[in-house]
Design a protein around this ligand. Structure first.
Ligand code: ADP
Ligand code: MG
Length: 478
């Protein structure tokens, strides 16, 4: 069932204080005394704004740290306490008691966007509260950090970036409408969308740019249905010049909302307005999306953001360290880029934690303390790769049979891939040479040793080959 949240009764100040005390207690139990004292003790509940609990911390470092490490947990705990609170916003602010937090009111609907680093759009409760507005305020707050200036371009995202730039320069250019961005979690979709919105707003403030998550679109639609103001909803939405809807996969299975989105989409495109949409998959892979919507989504330009490469991760770390004005030694950057391969959000989180630690304890960042501070993150990434997986991947890659990994065949076409697999087994697992040999058709450990040194030599001599092996390694590591 589609059901807007945030419609519950609001908490009294006293109840709020009690709920907050319980949440703190829970967190303290969960994370332990030391961690709690280090990071969480200074949290203050500043206000409940609509459906959002505003938690403040006195320094940027603490704020970033708490936001990235405990943000989700805080939201979950709040929701358990009160369904009226849907999100937690962690901000920088003086510590102040709950009672005098009244001045932290949301920005007026015609005022400038709230520039306090909030990545998510206006939340459901406020949206519902405003659903009676004839014009409605579709412009959600944009994260001030998500601009083109801070977006690091590399192979995996250069096409998506170029498309986004083009749309920002010339919205509704034929061929670029809609712009459909897709890619895995934490790879920069939201960042790019905000960048486009900032660029258009900066260039042409009069243009009505509306950025929202698909979830928010749904909540507003449902709120409109409830208050029987769907006409106003439609009208206000159709008055935007650029409509950006993030995480469209959220609409899967929400048929009514999808239908409404489809009509809005058509009306806007027909009126020469720009649409930008993101999702975790390409239009053709978004199962559960109505066919006609899928078709329309795919008829502009579809740009894929690929998984990161080592090079991109390294440039991002370099850029972020520089922006933070913190010295992060090259070897630490390489270490992180090598270890944290899942996505940029995690990489970002790891770097922020390092910086926070360095600042808090006044220590320089070194490889050693990086390993210590990031222990938990690193462990999670230290995925155990098995020899079977390596054999399978390598066989697949070189198009040989899996059985040839242990066969006696010595033809180069089989022997070389087998050596690559042995090399990777040595690099990626903690198995000993004799163990590895045994798994490759009972070969002797000297054969494995020979394979390892042969492959290293070849990698030095032949960069294309080296890249190939690196690619395999990365595929196995992620
Ligand atoms: P997604 O929406 O794809 O899940 P986000 O746009 O939220 O991912 O990105 C996650 C984090 O990684 C954000 O902090 C964002 O600023 C950062 N990020 C992603 N891509 C880049 C990039 N190319 N350059 C700099 N930062 C990036
Ligand atoms: Mg996103």
């Amino acid at each position: 069932m589609e059901k807007p949240a945030g419609s519950g009764p609001s908490l009294s100040a006293a109840a709020m204080g009690e709920a907050w005390a319980r949440i703190r207690g829970r967190l303290r139990e969960e994370v332990g005394e030391v961690e709690y004292r280090t990071w969480l003790r200074q949290m203050t509940l500043a206000a409940i704004e609509g459906d959002e609990a505003v938690v403040v911390l006195p320094t940027r470092f603490l704020r970033d740290w708490v936001r990235s490490h405990y943000g989700d947990r805080l939201s979950a705990l709040w929701q358990q306490e009160s369904p009226a609170v849907r999100r937690v916003d962690v901000r920088l602010g003086p510590q102040r008691p709950v009672e005098d937090a009244e001045d932290a009111a949301p920005a007026g609907r015609d005022g400038p966007p709230r520039r306090h680093g909030l990545a998510e759009p206006l939340s459901a409760g406020k949206a519902a509260a405003r659903s009676g507005d004839a014009r409605g305020d579709w412009s959600a707050p944009l994260d001030p950090r998500f601009t083109f200036d801070t977006f690091v371009v590399g192979k995996p995202n250069e096409f998506a970036h170029a498309c986004a730039r083009r749309v920002a320069e010339k919205p509704a250019l034929p061929g670029f409408n809609p712009l459909f961005l897709y890619g895995g979690v934490g790879l920069g979709k939201t960042h790019l969308m905000h960048a486009v919105a900032w660029a258009i707003r900066d260039g042409e403030p009069a243009r009505n740019v509306a950025y929202m998550s698909a979830e928010k679109f749904m909540y507003r639609f449902i709120a409109a249905l409830r208050s029987q103001s769907t006409m106003e909803f439609k009208e206000s939405l159709r008055s935007v010049d650029v409509l950006m809807v993030d995480d469209l996969q959220f609409l899967i299975g929400k048929d009514n909302t999808q239908e409404e989105f489809f009509h809005t989409f058509n009306a806007l495109v027909d009126a020469g307005k720009q649409i930008v949409v993101s999702a975790d998959k390409s239009p053709s892979d978004l199962n559960g999306l109505e066919d006609r919507l899928r078709t329309r989504l795919g008829c502009g330009i579809v740009a894929d953001i690929h998984a990161t490469t080592f090079e991109l991760r390294l440039s991002i770390l370099g850029a972020k360290a520089m922006a933070a004005g913190v010295e992060v030694p090259k070897n630490v950057q390489e270490f992180l880029a090598h270890k944290i391969t899942s996505n940029i959000r995690e990489l970002d989180g790891a770097l922020n934690r390092l910086i926070a630690h360095a600042n808090l304890f006044g220590r320089a960042i070194t490889l050693e303390n990086a390993q210590e501070v990031l222990q938990d993150i690193l462990r999670a990434h230290d995925r155990r790769v098995t020899i079977e997986e390596i054999q399978r991947k390598v066989a697949e890659h070189y198009n040989i049979r899996l059985t040839d990994m242990s066969s006696a065949r010595r033809a180069r076409a089989v022997a070389r891939p087998r050596q690559v697999a042995m090399y990777l087994a040595k690099q990626l697992t903690s198995r000993s040479l004799p163990e590895i040999g045994r798994r490759f058709g009972n070969r002797d450990h000297t054969t494995v040793m020979h394979a390892v040194s042969r492959i290293s030599e070849l990698m030095q001599a032949d960069s294309a080959f080296a890249e190939d092996v690196e690619l395999l390694r990365r595929m196995l590591e992620t």
